[in-house]
Write a protein that binds this ligand. Structure first.
Ligand code: R5P
Length: 291
């Protein structure tokens, strides 16, 4: 039996239940688990993320700065919003008592010795669930010989991710001889979003990056690329978020910096507080003596 009528006032029937939207572009109609994982990956206060990308070993082995992930990356964990890594590194090196969201590389099968675009799905979604992943990432090579194969890798992961509530990050990968311009990235990002990825990782381009973010209906995070001088990397991150990116998924420009902790602090200031590149560089310089 329901409780007595005198309890009626506890129901506050005059107050409609809130129906909040969701802070991330294009994500408002997703299911709870998917949204919750996105809200752990992207900071709901800023709507952005500083994801630390350390998956490079999946194609190139012990990359400079990642020779000893236990020594170089684990100390950075408290300073990122999420880590992008392989399940091998996760299980072997990343402490399971970390509460950081882990986004797992789910494609592979190629190496720098051969055609990188010849990838397959390299992880079952069930394992992502077992590892409590906040998402998975998959490379898509639009315009390559393996275009269809890599798109198919993604769409299969998207279907599996929808079954389990795990978001898929589609990554625009660029072949050696392909042009990195806004026209290409508009094409690649849009295809990835249309085919179901919940967010997209892509490179920054000087001209027209805002058209890449504007025409992509889901959040875009910026990949860092090769190591640049700190001010250049901070400027690139600043420009990317100012032009619509929902944060960064940066690797080499953080872990190959002379002072990775100082650099990630500077990137955090740019991404979450809109710090100007020169001010962020001052943060880097101030913290650099501490590493
Ligand atoms: C991308 O697909 C790679 O595996 C990296 O995750 C990505 O390139 C980001 O790292 P970086 O900032 O070093 O380019």
């Amino acid at each position: 039996m329901p409780e007595a009528d005198k309890e009626g006032e506890r129901y506050q029937a005059d107050k409609p239940q809130a129906a909040p939207g969701f802070f991330l572009k294009g994500s408002h109609q997703l299911d709870w688990g998917m949204k919750n994982r996105l809200a752990r990956t992207f900071n709901p206060a800023s709507g952005r993320t500083v994801m630390l990308a350390i998956d490079h070993g999946y194609i190139q082995g012990p990359t400079t700065g990642l020779e000893r992930v236990d020594l170089s990356i684990v100390p950075l964990l408290p300073h990122c919003d999420a880590l992008f890594c392989t399940r091998g590194i996760l299980r072997s090196v990343i402490p399971a008592d970390s509460t950081k969201p882990m986004v797992l590389r789910a494609s592979g099968g190629a190496s720098i010795l051969k055609d990188l675009s010849n990838e397959q799905i390299a992880m079952d979604m069930e394992d992502a669930v077992r590892l409590n992943a906040a998402g998975v990432g998959v490379q898509i090579y639009i315009g390559s010989d393996y275009e269809t194969q890599t798109i198919h890798n993604m769409t299969r992961l998207v279907d599996a991710g929808l079954r389990f509530g795990i978001p898929v990050m589609g990554i625009t990968a660029v072949g050696k001889d392909m042009k990195r311009d806004a026209q290409y990235f508009r094409l690649a990002c849009r295809i990835i979003a249309e085919l179901g990825a919940q967010y997209v990782k892509t490179y920054y381009v000087e001209d027209g990056f805002e058209t890449v973010t504007a025409s992509c209906p889901v959040p875009i995070v910026m990949a860092g690329g090769k190591k640049l001088p700190e001010l250049d990397a901070l400027t690139m991150a600043y420009n990317a978020v100012s032009q619509g990116a929902a944060g960064v998924d940066m690797g080499r420009n953080i872990f190959q910096s002379d002072a990775p902790k100082a650099m990630i602090a500077a990137v955090n200031a740019v991404v979450h507080q809109n710090a100007k590149p020169k001010d962020a560089l001052e943060i880097y310089k101030t913290l650099k003596p501490k590493g």
